[in-house]
Design a binder for this molecule. Structure first.
Ligand code: PLP
Length: 348
């Protein structure tokens, strides 16, 4: 893969940004109920949080249809991606992923001694499941798929993915990163979690950072085969890194379905607005069902970044498939209007 990222200009004061569209955050979060639960839990900060953590695990088990031993909690899903990579690649091997893909698990896999086998997405921007299956060899320790994918925002159809996971997990563990799935049209209907419930060697990760708007509160979880999770927990325990207030906030947020639907709806509105902007400029963006959009830019990445950062708007620029790409996260409608103004000025 030729995947790389342009280094953005340094932002001395993040609060001075007019539009913060670089980290796929949720501009509406956290839910007021989650914030309240967080504040109330601070006073119990002298206690370890095992009771409340166990209650949250039970709540997640009920929601996902798995048992409590098929859940591992972490301070954000990054922590779980990285721990999984550590365990699987400490004796080398290779990891098969899409190209491009979200790099946090891959970075740890390669830093630990593993090799990366990226397989280009299809012309419809789906994971090329046939080619990925072919790429598996005797050294393959894991297949990693993000659905919807990052940085492309594109979706691989759930039915195809389910069949792939069911078959391939007989050979190697398959890790499905569902950080953005709740924001997609079908939402959790398209989850691979039922495969975990069936005892397959499949991991599914989720986070409170995206639709729940709690990126700074650091909490996420992973579902997986009981025996596999035991091996990871033996090296580094799941729940130890999470704070009590974040546990209470996560639990309250799970109950606030009105807030979650509001976020999904508003993000869809800003996505439609941004699609219309890009259409009006004849820019061939990739389809997205989530809270960011990627589109090609016919300009040097550094130049584009400088121009848009000069307008106090932060986005990301990647390079892959011999093109430069701008990835823009969905902010509030006001932020997207500023983004539109900037695009209309920079791209003529
Ligand atoms: N997975 C994907 C695909 C992501 O894009 C991100 C964050 O942007 C994460 C995982 C990690 O998020 P967190 O550690 O906040 O749960």
């Amino acid at each position: 893969s030729t995947f790389s990222e342009y280094t953005p200009p340094v932002i001395p004061d993040l609060d001075s940004l007019k539009a913060r569209l670089l980290w796929n955050e949720n501009p509406y979060g956290p839910s007021p109920k989650a914030a309240e639960a967080f504040k109330n839990a601070v006073e119990k900060g002298n206690h370890y949080s095992w009771n409340t953590l166990n209650a949250l695990i039970q709540k997640i088990a009920d929601k996902e249809g798995v048992n409590i031993n098929q859940i591992m909690m972490g301070p954000g899903s990054s922590d779980l991606l990285e721990k999984t990579a550590l365990l699987h690649f400490m004796k080398g091997g290779n990891i098969v992923t899409g190209d491009p893909c979200y790099m946090s698990l891959v970075h740890v896999a390669t830093a630990t001694g593993g090799k990366w086998k990226p397989i280009k997405l299809t012309s419809r921007y789906e994971h090329d499941l046939k080619a990925m299956e072919k790429a598996i060899d005797s050294e393959t320790k894991m297949v990693y798929i993000t659905n919807p994918n990052n940085p492309t925002a594109t979706t691989t159809p759930a039915k195809k993915l389910y069949e792939f996971c069911e078959r391939v997990s007989e050979k190697v563990p398959v890790f499905i990163d569902e950080a953005y799935l709740e924001l997609s049209e079908n939402g959790l209907q398209d989850s691979m979690a039922p495969l975990v419930a069936k005892g397959k060697n499949v991991f599914v990760s989720r986070t409170f950072s995206k639709i729940h708007g709690m990126a700074g509160l650091r909490i996420g979880y992973m579902l997986g085969n009981e025996e596999e999770l035991k091996k990871i927990n033996a090296i580094t325990r799941g729940g130890m890194g999470i704070t009590g207030p974040s546990i209470m906030a996560a639990s309250a947020s799970m109950d606030d379905s009105d807030f979650l639907s509001m976020c999904k709806m508003k993000i869809k509105e800003t996505r439609e607005y941004t699609f219309n902007l890009l259409k009006s400029k004849n820019i061939p963006y990739m389809p997205s069902e989530t809270n960011f959009i990627i589109f090609p830019v016919d300009m040097e990445g550094d130049e584009f970044l400088q121009k848009i950062y000069d307008r106090k708007i932060a986005v990301r620029m990647f390079k892959f498939w011999d093109k430069n790409w701008c990835r823009v996260s969905m902010g509030t409608m006001d932020e997207m209007k500023l983004f539109a103004e900037a695009i209309n000025e920079i791209i003529v």
